[in-house]
Design a protein around this ligand. Structure first.
Ligand SMILES: [Zn+2]
Length: 380
């Protein structure tokens, strides 16, 4: 199961802008109020260091922990009498509560910071029937809204949600798409390909193909960095600042689109003449925090694997992830552990069997044989 997000610039009418602004405002209040209640609950449990927790645990009357469902029920109740809340879209408000709930869960599970109050409203989400019809996006609340169609959404993806976003350069719609799950899973067959995601290269395959990092992305990112540096010297909100901000937003959008197209092209190229593809099972979320941060973000490898999986399912290519551990420390020819290679060592050279090959290709070969073993096929 995987998702892709497509960002488009909206061209709303005055009436639609009014609706967007009103909902931004309502959703901000919903967020801030729900956060206040949750903070109250946390504070009601704290006690001073020199006081016995048994007697001073509760500052306010104890109440049940405000989870998503209780807050959602409270909101429905409050909407009956509150005119301001009534003016907002129900789904947008519920999604705001969900986002807050997620922020609290992330805080606990991923050790993220305590959610903050919002000073400015920037976005809200809409659910329901969302369609793209020529130059219009059809969605709840805003009905039919004009947009600049900078690119097509590929077949098989359904739009699950739309996020309406306000930026300095205007209003945007982020379409969150999901692949329709009714695809027949291809069975392992034909030529097998192992893929290793490298550090200096984007990917290397077990067939010996080494693909360097795409240069056009680096160029665009350099341009963005340059504009952002200029932005820092301008006064926020000034005309110059606004137009720079606009250019940065457009560049970001262009980079994201280019990258996605590039990923689709690359995925099709890899699937050509291949019956099964194996990749390493990498958690890109934790990866992008560590050593490989900039590179993996530039290349969007997590997204690439999603797209690759999608293209595989469309081209009857079997796709599977294999254990990633020690792929770069094992000789693909004889299986002996050769130990950790320093980052600057570019070649795998086995002391046991003398097998010598590019280190990333060697890792891709290990990925391939692990994949073949996993599906019960002989390693050749
Ligand atoms: Zn060897």
């Amino acid at each position: 199961m995987f998702n892709l997000t497509y960002s488009y610039k909206l061209q709303p009418t005055a009436k639609q802008i009014e609706l967007i602004e009103q909902n931004l405002l309502v959703c901000k209040s919903v967020w801030n109020h729900a956060l206040y209640i949750r903070k109250l609950w946390y504070n009601s449990r704290s006690c001073k260091i020199n006081q016995c927790p048994l007697h001073s645990e509760y500052i306010v009357e104890p109440f049940l922990y405000p989870r998503y469902h209780t807050q959602s029920a409270d909101l429905t109740k409050a909407k009956k009498t509150n005119k301001f809340l009534k003016s907002g879209n129900a789904q947008a408000m519920q999604q705001t509560l969900r986002k807050l709930d997620k922020a609290f869960n992330d805080m606990k599970s991923q050790n993220k910071g305590f959610p903050r109050y919002k000073k400015e409203a920037r976005s809200f989400n809409l659910l329901g029937k969302i369609l793209v019809e020529s130059n219009y996006i059809v969605m709840p609340l805003l009905k039919s809204i004009k947009f600049r169609k900078s690119r097509e959404i590929p077949d098989g993806f359904v739009i699950k949600q739309v996020q309406i976003l306000k930026k300095a350069s205007g209003y945007y719609a982020n379409l969150l798409t999901e692949l329709d799950v009714n695809v027949v899973e291809p069975i392992p067959h034909g030529h097998a390909l192992g893929i290793d995601v490298g550090i200096q290269s984007m990917i290397a395959t077990s067939d010996g193909w080494i693909l360097p990092r795409p240069k056009f992305l680096e160029r665009a990112l350099r341009k963005i960095k340059l504009l952002q540096r200029k932005l820092r010297n301008k006064m926020a909100g000034s005309n110059k600042w606004n137009s720079l901000q606009h250019r940065v937003a457009l560049l970001h959008e262009a980079v994201a689109n280019k990258r996605k197209d590039y990923h689709f092209q690359l995925a099709h190229k890899l699937c050509d003449g291949v019956g099964m593809i194996f990749v390493e099972d990498i958690n890109f979320k934790s990866w992008s925090k560590g050593l490989f941060c900039q590179q993996s973000l530039d290349m969007g490898l997590g997204q690439f694997f999603d797209i690759l999986e999608y293209v595989c399912s469309k081209t009857d290519t079997y796709f599977a992830k294999v254990d990633k551990n020690y792929t770069s420390q094992i000789c693909p020819n004889c299986g002996v552990h050769t130990g950790k290679k320093a980052l600057n060592v570019r070649v795998h050279s086995c002391p046991e069997c003398d097998y010598t090959v590019d280190r990333d290709v060697a890792a891709a070969e290990v990925v391939k044989s692990r994949g073949l073993t996993a599906v019960g096929l002989p390693v050749v």
